[in-house]
Design a protein around this ligand. Structure first.
Ligand SMILES: *[C@@H]1O[C@H](CO)[C@@H](O)[C@H](O)[C@H]1NC(C)=O
Ligand SMILES: *[C@@H]1O[C@H](CO)[C@@H](O)[C@H](O)[C@H]1NC(C)=O
Ligand SMILES: *[C@@H]1O[C@H](CO)[C@@H](O)[C@H](O)[C@H]1NC(C)=O
Length: 627
């Protein structure tokens, strides 16, 4: 019965799906060929929603650091992007990737950034330096240390730009993530890009019939070391031709079997996925289309309407979205690719996110999470009626419509409006439900203003003790750092890498709190190591005084000056006498999830401090820590 209800609801509205697309190499591709492939991917027979592209490099083939033509092609075709910077190269070569990234920002601005889902620094670099990679002559790789450093460089390069809020991660194979020697990469990454090929697991039971088990057992192994970071499937596929690898036999039939087992499951679980590959002329050949642009095999997933044999259910009070194929069609909505970003949306919509969003990291939204999201927005309205069951009547909340979505910190965030549906004496098929009727009882709409009011002003007072004064867990670094100068009240300094706090200058820090922090505790921490503990950063300090930190009642931007800065809403913390080699939890409260918050740091008692706010070892400066 549940399937039937979802089927009907799904037909009337949409649920937002995670980004989904294909990998696109750089060799031999031009603006025209990228555009043609992106359109092919969007128009595939028997499936839909594959409008995202994962790239391996920012550089157009054959140039030093010209922006890859996939970007204008993506803009022309409304294709979302998982960007990649090739990282198995020394610094001077990697610099070209960064230059191309910056050029893309400058050339294409928000038309570009609106499409970006995330940025991967590297691709299988750790695998290529592992014993297996070396055995397979996989090529030059990269050490975890350098990757962590490059990830930091990319975060610095995008800081304060239109890409400032995009997650920066890494792509590699499952066994590199479970290898503890690489844990610093996991720690530095905002998302875990996972390449998984049961076909190549030739020391395992890798027949196509066992491929799904193999795939998800490795996935679960990575999830076990991911520290809660979202896992995105960045490559997987099964070849239609090529050599047999142990029990894995390439064929069109087996590729279709693998697709229906793995692709359909990933769709069903709403896990961001970039399949390997749309088309190729290689051996083994993984391409799902050949010339003529039609799929080599059926790409459809089992639909809800045909699963009417699902057993009738009398109550759905504790139902979570099943991962069975029955639900996949509901999530398989082609026009539901994340498009909004914090950078592009205004304060108001961010507040809306905090009130209504249920963060969906690599899992299908559950009915219960929709309920809790809705009840946090609408309070007792939903809570008092959901979900109940009486005398052959079931009232269930169903997530029917996603108002917007945000890919931030690697998580696909969906705003649900929840509808209560009353079903009476519903049988096991769609037609049974239809004939007995169903009605939409309530639509829970989040209230923007109440969310803003409650989320933006953390309570002040006593210094907290809950979150540790470090960033060895979920944390945020500032996306905008704006000095305001009482001696130059009308000067907008724009965003800086440095915080400056002295008798004339205060600095405002903007933090974008991910919606996934909903329900967590957030603290503001100020980390102030000894100078000799710093590797990539520095500070200058006159060893006098302290500072206060206040939350502002508005959000600063590049044009903020001393004169027009948002007023202080509330002082939330202070350090009376700052000492070198100290760490401070300045404030602590419920995370203002989904909101952008501005904090102002102001000198007291003659403090004169300038620091490079940098999370590289040892972290220095102001962060928001979640716990
Ligand atoms: C584990 O990772 C380290 C660092 O990347 C690498 O040198 C080592 O070979 C890896 N070990 C295995 C068994 O893959
Ligand atoms: C681009 O795609 C998104 C998501 O599918 C859609 O909401 C948006 O309207 C599209 N924009 C254009 C210009 O087609
Ligand atoms: C940032 O502050 C550090 C420490 O005072 C200083 O060495 C560095 O030059 C500053 N950077 C900029 C761009 O002002």
């Amino acid at each position: 019965m549940r399937s039937a209800i979802l089927s009907l609801v799904g037909g009337a509205s949409t649920v937002l799906a995670a980004a989904r697309g294909f990998n696109y190499g750089s060799q031999g591709n031009t603006l025209e060929t990228y555009e043609a492939q992106f359109r092919t991917a969007q128009g595939l027979d028997t499936t839909s929603g594959w409008g995202s592209a994962r790239l391996y490099t920012m550089i157009q083939e054959g140039t030093a650091n010209t922006v890859i033509s996939a970007i204008p092609a993506a803009i022309a075709t409304n294709t979302t992007l998982l960007l990649g910077l090739w990282a198995s190269s020394p610094q001077d070569v990697f610099n070209n990737e960064i230059t191309a990234l910056k050029n893309a920002i400058n050339q294409y601005g928000s038309a570009f950034s609106d499409l970006v889902v995330g940025i991967s620094v590297g691709s299988e670099d750790l695998y290529r330096t592992s014993p297996t990679g070396i055995l397979s002559n996989a090529g030059t790789g990269q050490s975890p240390d350098v990757l962590v450093n490059y990830i930091g460089q990319v975060k610095s390069a995008i800081s304060g730009t239109v890409l400032g809020s995009k997650p920066v991660g890494h792509v590699d194979t499952w066994e590199t993530y479970t290898n503890g020697s690489n844990s610093a990469v996991v720690a530095a990454a905002d998302f875990i890009g996972l390449d998984e090929y049961p076909y190549y697991e030739n020391t395992e039971q890798n027949s196509v019939s066992n491929a799904k088990n193999l795939f998800f057992s490795k996935y679960d192994a990575v999830a076990g070391v991911a520290n809660g970071k979202p896992i995105w499937i960045t490559e997987t596929g099964w070849p239609t031709s090529g050599p047999t690898e142990n029990l894995a036999v390439p064929s069109v039939d087996n590729a279709e079997t693998y697709w229906k087992a793995v692709a359909c499951e990933l769709i069903s679980r709403n896990i961001p996925t970039w399949w390997y590959i749309l088309q190729d002329s290689a051996s083994p050949s993984f391409g799902i289309v050949q010339s003529g642009e039609q799929p080599k095999y059926d790409l459809s997933c089992p639909s809800v309407a045909t699963s009417s044999s699902a057993a009738p259910t009398s109550s759905v009070a504790s139902a979570t979205m099943p991962t069975s194929a029955a639900v996949s069609t509901t999530l398989d909505i082609s026009n539901a690719v994340p498009s909004a970003s914090y950078a592009a949306s205004g304060v108001t919509s961010k507040a809306a996110v905090s009130s209504a969003a249920s963060s969906v990291a690599s899992v299908a939204p559950s009915v219960s999470s929709a309920v809790s999201a809705a009840s946090s927005a609408a309070g007792s309205v939903i809570a008092s009626v959901a979900p109940s069951s009486a005398a052959g009547t079931t009232v269930m909340p169903v997530t029917t419509k996603a108002a917007t979505s945000v890919a931030d910190d690697g998580e696909t965030v969906t705003i649900y409006s929840t509808t209560l549906i009353t079903v009476t004496n519903c049988g096991s098929t769609v037609s049974d439900c239809t004939s007995t009727g169903m009605s939409t009882a309530v639509s829970a709409k989040p209230s923007v203003t109440s969310a803003a009011a409650s989320s933006v002003v953390p309570s002040g007072g006593a210094v907290a003790s809950g979150c540790p004064a470090d960033i060895n867990g979920a944390y945020q670094y500032p996306h905008l750092i704006i000095p305001v100068d009482s001696a130059n009240p009308n000067k907008a300094y724009g965003t800086q890498y440095n915080g400056t706090v002295n008798s004339k200058v205060s600095t405002i820090f903007n933090f974008d709190i991910p919606a996934s922090y909903a329900g967590k505790t957030c603290s503001t921490v100020f980390l102030f190591p000894q100078l000799d503990q710093l590797e990539t950063s520095s500070y200058s300090f006159n060893d006098k005084g302290g500072f206060t930190i206040a939350v502002l009642n508005g959000v600063a931007d590049q044009s903020t000056t001393y004169a027009n800065a948002p007023a202080v809403a509330k002082q939330i913390g202070s350090v009376d006498s700052l000492q070198r080699g100290s760490s401070h939890t300045l404030s602590q409260d419920a995370c203002p999830a989904g909101a952008r918050v501005s904090f102002e740091v102001t000198s007291t008692n003659g403090l004169d401090l300038e620091w490079f706010n940098d999370y590289n070892p040892s972290p220095l400066g102001l962060y928001v820590r979640a716990c």
